[in-house]
Design a protein around this ligand. Structure first.
Ligand SMILES: O=C(O)CCC(=O)C(=O)O
Length: 258
């Protein structure tokens, strides 16, 4: 993996901090992109090999195939997810040293996939501090309006205390967050190897995949070093039996940029 520093400018950092999201082009290129995509595709194939292709999918499963923490289980994925190049971008945008919270492959299936409803992320997470977590959403193949690229509502990362949206049975955005009325969403099409980055509080959405190919993405989520544990159910932390209030500095959450 090319671990030279991505040339993030001060104006990109302030635009991210103002709007709560940013698009960065050509972050992963050439052989790295091919190797990252191959490694993630292999992991998703292995994780889903026992699923019956004819099963009836629940409403959440219609949004995407989601495989969590591939880095932990697939050695070929690990150097990409833990890469200093990506971590340094996260740390510069956040303004603090960062740890991995978790990764997840998000593959939207052709034609059958549903939209990803408008939502914020951080309310789902077992973290006591909620303001600075961010996701680097890596397009492993081109992400377009047709196959379900991301849209964001700028400045909504400052909207706190909004009820979490149930992704399987979503409420209308204006019912959950009437204060978003009048704000204009921005849609970001991406070439493979480019990324969007959003604060965990920024409202975001992705359309259904109406193309013939899989929409292939891996999203890597970072949290500030020092984040402490909030005891609410979550599939990543439930097996760890953490005590409320402890620092999330276990091996599962490596420090990737200081
Ligand atoms: O990829 C998608 O459809 C949605 C991704 C998302 O919600 C996220 O990365 O937080």
């Amino acid at each position: 993996m090319n671990n030279t520093e991505y040339p993030l400018t001060p104006s990109q950092i302030s635009s991210y901090q103002r709007d709560g999201y940013i698009q960065l082009n050509d972050v992963i290129t050439g052989d790295d992109l091919v190797a990252f995509r191959d490694a993630v595709e292999e992991g998703v194939k292995e994780d889903t090999k026992d699923l019956d292709p004819n099963r009836v999918k629940g409403s959440y499963e219609q949004i995407f195939i989601q495989c969590v923490n591939l880095w932990h289980r697939y050695p070929k994925v690990k150097p990409f997810v833990l890469s200093p190049r990506l971590a340094k971008i996260a740390a510069r945008l956040m303004g603090t040293p960062v740890r991995i919270w978790h990764d997840h492959a998000l593959f939207k299936e052709p034609h059958t996939g549903a939209k990803t409803p408008w939502h914020q992320d951080t309310p789902y997470w077992p973290h006591e501090q909620k303001m600075h977590q961010l996701t680097i959403w890596v397009a492993l193949r081109d992400a377009t309006i047709q196959n379900g690229c991301m849209s964001f509502i700028p400045t909504t990362h400052r909207m706190l205390d909004i009820e979490p949206v149930n992704l399987g049975n979503p409420q209308d955005l204006f019912d959950v967050a009437p204060q978003t009325k009048g704000l204009k969403p921005v849609t970001c099409e991406l070439k493979a190897g480019s990324v969007t980055i959003h604060n965990g509080m920024t409202f975001h959405y992705a359309g259904p995949n109406r193309s013939d190919g899989m929409r292939e993405v891996i999203a890597i989520i970072y949290m500030p070093d020092g984040t402490t544990y909030l005891k609410v159910p979550h599939p990543v932390t439930d097996p760890m039996k953490l005590t409320q209030g402890v620092k999330m500095d276990q091996d599962m959450f490596p420090l990737v940029a200081t």
